[in-house]
Write a protein that binds this ligand. Structure first.
Ligand SMILES: Cc1cc2c(cc1C)N(C[C@H](O)[C@H](O)[C@H](O)COP(=O)(O)O)c1[nH]c(=O)[nH]c(=O)c1N2
Length: 252
């Protein structure tokens, strides 16, 4: 019999293998577009990653999300048509060489991925006054994004790829999925087994943008820019550690 204390607490420490597994999921997670395999995703695996999403933190324990599981080829085609329209418009927003590069990027796997999933946010769930959301109303949307990230990492641990597609008119996505007024679509995800995961973000590999040096993003006590009083020891540690972890190196 476990003691009452054991029932309400968990041990704070992970062992080394558990800790390494968490970082492996984080550093090897990728946004997947063109590498989906047609193999079906078993219900028990889908159930686990959905449960992971549902155990995300949320403002005031609001749990504002719903999950629209899309498997129907007809619905996927409608969503894909909405993407195609927005994608053509998006290309025109870039100039010159960037436009040419943009058009070559594969930015969705809607039809190839066996499962698509839309996470939505019910902005009125539990009424207008929610603990932690009294002043910054967007906290419910941020909570839904936490659910996305839980699912994304759990999927990586299951060997599944996830790709987030956001190139839509909200209205078109709503119509394709029959999402009622008052519910906000937050994330449209393509999910499935993959032939491989890339080591680096595809946009990084394509030369679109580099990963920013983490040390340039650190601020100390106040937003004071590079001239501020930096904690050099922490700056060095953060820079070296992220390089080691991103390369799959050992934890300290
Ligand atoms: C809110 C949001 C929205 C989108 C994305 C991400 C997020 C967080 N990403 C994926 C994005 O391009 C990718 O995460 C980065 O390029 C980094 O690559 P990795 O995720 O590390 O592989 C993404 N990718 C894509 O191909 N089409 C898209 O419409 C979007 N939209």
């Amino acid at each position: 019999m476990s003691s009452p204390l054991q029932q309400i607490q968990t041990h704070p420490a992970f062992d080394d293998a558990e800790r390494a597994a968490v970082y492996r999921a984080i550093f090897t997670r990728r946004d997947v577009r063109g590498e989906f395999l047609p193999d079906p995703v078993p219900d028990e695996v889908l159930a686990r990653i959905l449960a992971a999403a549902h155990h995300a933190p949320s403002v005031g324990f609001m749990q504002p999300w719903d999950f629209v599981v899309v498997r129907s080829p007809e619905v996927k085609r409608r969503v894909h048509a909405a993407f195609t329209e927005a994608h053509a418009e998006a290309a025109l927003m870039f100039e010159g060489e960037q436009r040419t590069t943009y058009r070559k990027l594969k930015l969705e796997g809607i039809l190839e991925a066996p499962v698509n999933l839309c996470l939505t946010c019910d902005r009125e769930r539990h009424g207008p006054v929610v603990v932690g959301r009294t002043h910054i109303k967007t906290m419910d949307l941020y909570s839904t994004v936490c659910a996305v990230q839980n699912l994304w990492l759990a999927a990586r641990a299951e060997g599944l790829g996830v790709g987030w597609v956001s190139i839509f008119h909200q209205r078109a996505l709503r119509e394709a999925l029959g999402i009622p007024a008052g519910i906000t679509p937050v994330a449209y995800l393509c999910i499935g087994h993959v032939s491989h995961f890339y080591r680096k973000p595809e946009l990084e590999a394509a030369g679109w943008l580099p990963r920013l040096p983490i040390e340039q993003l650190l601020h100390f006590d106040r937003w004071q820019g590079a001239a501020g009083e930096a904690d050099e020891a922490l700056v060095d540690a953060v820079r070296d550690t992220q390089a080691v972890l991103a390369a799959g190196g050992p934890l300290g």
